[in-house]
Design a protein around this ligand. Structure first.
Ligand code: G3P
Length: 243
């Protein structure tokens, strides 16, 4: 399962990219708006930064303008993937772009029926939003399992991109379900690497290492040095000789 960052923040992208595990980035209009400034400049910086798929989302609602927008986004770089919403115009444009060799990501998918439509237009990927389903009392992970099973049974080639992930177990369960890609915010990504036993284990290893190097102040406190031992011995001998 490939790991993507769901952000438009270049600092977050650069930090995680240094780990060597980042295969792509997904953006959406809300994430771009959060960064402020010129969207085109933000997209271009991300496209140049990451050697992987970068999803850029269309904002037009009519098929004609959406298609033009999709062409413009796809032309920004070879690693651009055009995001279209799961609406009739999004399917129409997605199909047209796909037939022209442009990779598309069908977004805002909340049902298995919608995922079937995305696969039928030959989308490069389909993005079910797990967390947002959980938020309304539905079962996002169950949907992901269903989509993965349907795609396997039907032999659909589209990648299943688990989106709207809120915590590390969402990522683990998405991998178990067979998702091809998991996209997550920076805070979820950083939580993947953390474990309290790793931290305490490392602390112990380093403390033992410092002890060995003689740098541990407690070493001098707990264990007397050779010179101190000799001085003690000499004092004892003096005392004994005095008697
Ligand atoms: O980018 C699409 C999706 O991952 C959004 O997630 O957290 O806004 O529900 P969220």
């Amino acid at each position: 399962m490939r790991l993507f960052l769901d952000t438009a923040n270049i600092d977050e992208i650069r930090e995680i990219d240094r780990w060597g595990v980042l295969s792509g980035v997904t953006t959406n209009p809300s994430l771009i708006a959060k960064e402020g400034g010129d969207p085109e400049a933000v997209w271009k910086e991300i496209l140049a930064e990451v050697d992987g798929d970068i999803s850029l989302e269309t904002t037009e609602l009519e098929a004609g303008p959406m298609y033009e927008e999709g062409l413009r986004l796809a032309g920004m770089a070879p690693n651009a993937v055009v995001k279209v919403p799961m609406i009739p115009a999004g399917l129409e444009v997605g199909k047209r772009l796909t037939s022209e060799g442009i990779r598309t990501n069908v977004t805002l998918v909340f049902s298995a029926a919608q995922a079937i439509l995305a696969a039928e237009i030959g989308a490069y990927c389909v993005s079910p939003f797990l967390g947002r389903l959980d938020d309304v009392g539905a079962d996002g992970m169950k949907l992901l399992h269903d989509i993965c099973e349907i795609y396997a049974v039907q032999g659909y080639a589209s990648n299943v991109l688990a989106a709207s992930l809120r915590h590390p177990m969402h990522v683990v369960d998405a991998a178990l379900a067979g998702a091809d890609i998991a996209t997550m915010p920076y805070d979820v990504f950083t939580k993947l690497v953390k474990h309290p036993l790793t931290d305490s284990g490392l602390e112990r290893f380093l403390a033992d290492w410092r002890k060995l190097q003689g740098e541990q102040p407690s070493m001098h406190e707990d264990q007397p040095s050779r010179a101190e031992e000799q001085a003690k011995k000499a004092k004892k001998q003096e005392r004994e000789a005095g008697h």
